[in-house]
Design a protein around this ligand. Structure first.
Ligand SMILES: [Zn+2]
Length: 205
């Protein structure tokens, strides 16, 4: 904690002081262009890799960068956040950002050997096990290992889930919103990306 507070003091003395007007204006509201949905994994720094500042990214983070379908979203923080982002903030794009070396995806593949005392993790992953079954029929040119294929499939499924929300579908049909899938490899810098309707991922490296 001491280190965090020291760093916070440094932030106050440097960045905040130099950009006082910018930070002061944040109290007037936010109009981010992008809802960025990514994994809780500490190796992903959304603002760092997208060159964005405070006020530019609306973010959902959870293990495995998942969102429920509209049917299952009632009462979930993800559903609440997606609805607010799309209907109130009117974001122009949603990025579902999965990543290489994802512990959540590895845990889905290794679910049967997860210790029984990890009750929350097991319960949280249970409704995602269908991905393991669907992986058998998932064809792709851009991933080789089983876990990399699952990481891709998971991003595609989350884009489908987003598109199940009526207000998302409406905004997409009106050309006011686009849904993108990213797979980010923080180790090599390789980024696979596609728009929801594209058939293949493109690679930026
Ligand atoms: Zn992850």
């Amino acid at each position: 904690m001491k280190k965090l507070l020291t760093e916070y003091q440094n932030f106050l003395n440097s960045n905040l002081k130099t950009n006082e007007a910018f930070y002061s204006k944040l109290k007037d509201g936010q109009s981010p262009d992008t809802l960025f949905i990514t994994c809780s994994d500490s190796r992903i720094c959304p603002n760092e890799v997208t060159g964005t500042k405070a006020g530019e990214l609306f973010v959902i983070r959870n293990a495995g960068n998942t969102v429920p379908t509209e049917k299952n979203a009632r009462g979930t923080s993800e559903g609440l956040t997606v609805e607010y982002a799309v209907t109130q903030l009117k974001v122009k794009q949603i990025v579902v950002c999965g990543h290489a070396y994802c512990g959540a995806m590895n845990a889905i593949l290794g679910f049967d050997s997860l210790p029984s005392e990890l009750t929350m993790i097991r319960a949280g992953l249970e409704d995602k096990l269908y991905l393991r079954d669907e992986l058998k029929n998932y064809k792709t040119q851009t991933a080789e290992s089983e876990v990399d294929r699952l990481i891709e499939l998971n991003v595609i499924k989350q884009m489908e889930n987003l598109n199940s929300y009526s207000f998302v579908k409406d905004a997409v049909n009106k050309n006011e919103l686009k849904i993108f899938g990213w797979i980010y490899d923080f180790s090599s810098g390789k980024l696979k990306h596609k728009e929801y309707s594209d058939s293949h991922f493109e690679i930026t490296h």
